[in-house]
Design a protein. Structure first.
Length: 279
């Protein structure tokens, strides 16, 4: 037998036939799966479970599939098959053509691929300090104020002045019983001028931030609601925080910036493959 094989391997025709058979076998193994064949594999089930359950921890998903009961796994398989059948039928009918939502989803998948290839997390960590130094004004924390106030209706300015005089002269009175019921809060803690403006109006917010911190009652200050006596408990000036205090926010912004730049670069690279015709 060995002798026969040795003779055959010396024949060019035999070697050609053998090589052709090998190539044909490789071709068959790589032949595309027909559209009417649905392959159910662990990898496809993991991917289906990941997106249908909005669960993106691959290790947890693998563990979930392993500990599933036979009934649970069969239900997941049936769910996968139903979804796959509907998707294929929709494509066969051309329902995916011209669909803006599907178009956006395809764009998102390519952009996600671009982010993965660009190693955004690693780059962001390396650039974090320099990025913060260049953009620190963006993270400036506004001035804040803490105060208590007594509210008086628009017709109550004179009453407000009387109460203020009594408070300054330290006449005994129940402060909580003075003034009128206010729409919002009696006390505000560490609020920015923008937040105070939302409740009282721009003029009051500007005026109250101009007052000095004091344990004494001051005013009356006019607002869009009426008049107010105020006691400033604390004020802080605007400041740029330390990176450590805003690290997560800065890191998020940097990753977003890197991602946008990477996506634009990726799209520009792909664009070179196309001819653009304006009509």
């Amino acid at each position: 037998m060995k002798r026969i094989m040795a003779i055959l391997f010396k024949e060019p025709l035999f070697i050609f036939v053998l090589f052709s058979i090998l190539l044909f076998g490789i071709f068959l193994s790589q032949k595309a799966v027909p559209d009417n064949v649905i392959i159910v594999s662990d990898e496809r089930l993991k991917e289906f479970y990941q997106y249908s359950r909005q669960s993106f921890g691959l290790a947890a998903i693998s563990n979930k599939l392993q500990v599933m009961s036979t009934e649970e796994r069969n239900e997941l398989i049936e769910e996968f098959i139903r979804a796959e059948v509907l998707v294929r039928e929709a494509r066969r009918m051309g329902l995916d053509e011209g669909d803006f939502i599907i178009r956006q989803r395809l764009i998102q998948k390519l952009e996600f691929l671009s982010d993965t290839q660009a190693n955004i997390p690693e780059k962001a960590e390396a650039l974090l300090v320099d990025w913060f130094e260049k953009h620190k004004d963006k993270y400036r924390q506004p001035s804040e104020i803490s105060f208590t106030h007594i509210y008086f209706i628009p017709e109550g300015r004179e009453k407000a002045q009387e109460v203020l005089a009594a408070l300054i002269n330290q006449k005994p009175m129940a402060i909580t019983e003075q003034g009128n019921r206010f729409l919002y809060h009696k006390s505000y803690q560490r609020k920015s001028q923008e937040e105070i403006t939302a409740h009282f109006g721009e003029n009051f917010a500007s005026s109250v931030f101009d007052l000095p911190s004091s344990s004494e009652w001051q005013g009356p200050l006019a607002s869009r609601h009426g008049y107010h006596l105020v006691r400033i408990a604390d004020k802080s000036e605007a400041k740029i925080p330390e990176l450590l205090d805003v690290r997560q926010k800065v890191l998020f912004d940097l990753k977003l910036s890197l991602s946008l730049a990477s996506r634009h670069e990726y799209a520009d690279t792909l664009r070179d493959k196309y001819t653009i015709i304006s009509k």
